[in-house]
Design a protein around this ligand. Structure first.
Ligand SMILES: C[S@@+](CC[C@H](N)C(=O)[O-])C[C@H]1O[C@@H](n2cnc3c(N)ncnc32)[C@H](O)[C@@H]1O
Length: 249
């Protein structure tokens, strides 16, 4: 993404992100000032590409801290230790190969994949989750490469993969285009991306959640929708399972 389109995409959202960050840090005065600046149009003038990029980095850092805190305090409600039936269905219908778990959390699905004969690799940006995953894998006698990395960079990932799994990570990523660029780099042609995410109640709201335009963005990255199963998550938000396949070209 070039810096001016980056700026225009994130100009409005960056104000929301900053509001979100300041709300988290309880700075009501700063938050009021930003609201005023946004209303008066002054925000547009000061939200340069580098300011937007800095805000995105700040937001990512805060998200990482929040996830680490959840794992440290054992308050990670998604971390049920149970592999969902949709992953078992995928494994039953496809031969084992190499799988990458993006945002692997504490490694539950890495263990299930390895037990079904897959060679697994996984990463998470929350280092606390990674250390728990390593312990669990060691206890289960599974030899797997698990490390701390960011889904928008995938610096340490060793492609190619027949399956990339993403349960609850992609929907929270701000810079989804960077994630998709990395995903298509590490997937083998014809490889699958199995993903679960929830949708935003309002596409204009900041914060995690898919919006319909994300599905167009995915398709523009050479991925074809194979199946989709809609439902509701535990908090009554619309959610869906998607299976995408990277083009063979
Ligand atoms: C809802 S949890 C799901 C964890 C795991 N997939 C599971 O099903 O238990 C989302 C995970 O994605 C990780 N995550 C979020 N953003 C990430 C990023 N940019 N790069 C790597 N991991 C990320 C979080 O730390 C968290 O562990």
């Amino acid at each position: 993404m070039n810096s001016s389109s980056f700026a225009s995409t994130y100009r409005n959202r960056s104000a929301w992100i900053l509001l979100h960050c300041t709300a988290l840090n309880s700075h009501p005065l700063l938050s009021t000032l930003i609201q005023k600046a946004t209303k008066s149009g002054a925000w547009s003038a000061i939200s340069t590409p580098s300011a937007c990029a800095t805000l995105l980095r700040m937001n990512n850092l805060l998200r990482r801290l929040k996830f680490n805190f959840s794992y440290l305090t054992n308050k990670a409600p998604w971390d049920s230790g149970i592999t969902p039936p949709e992953l078992y269905d995928f494994m039953a219908a496809h031969p084992a190969g190499r799988a990458l778990d993006i945002g692997c959390g504490t490694g539950t699905n890495l263990i299930s994949l390895a037990n079904a004969g897959w060679q697994v690799e996984g990463f998470d940006f929350a280092s606390r989750a990674v250390s728990i995953a390593k312990q669990k894998l060691r206890k289960a006698g599974i030899n797997a490469n698990v490390f701390t990395d960011d889904a928008t960079k995938m610096n340490q990932v060793t492609p190619p993969f027949d399956l990339a799994l993403d349960l609850g990570c992609f929907h929270g990523i701000e810079n989804k285009a960077d994630y998709l660029t990395q995903l298509t780099r590490v997937l083998t042609p014809g490889g699958y991306w199995l993903i679960y995410g929830f949708f935003k109640s309002d596409p204009l709201l900041s914060g995690p959640g898919l919006v319909n335009s994300d599905l167009d963005l995915i398709q523009r990255h050479n991925l074809t929708l194979i199946s989709r199963k809609d439902g509701w998550d535990k908090r009554e938000r619309p959610s869906a399972w998607f299976l995408w396949q990277l083009s063979n070209k």
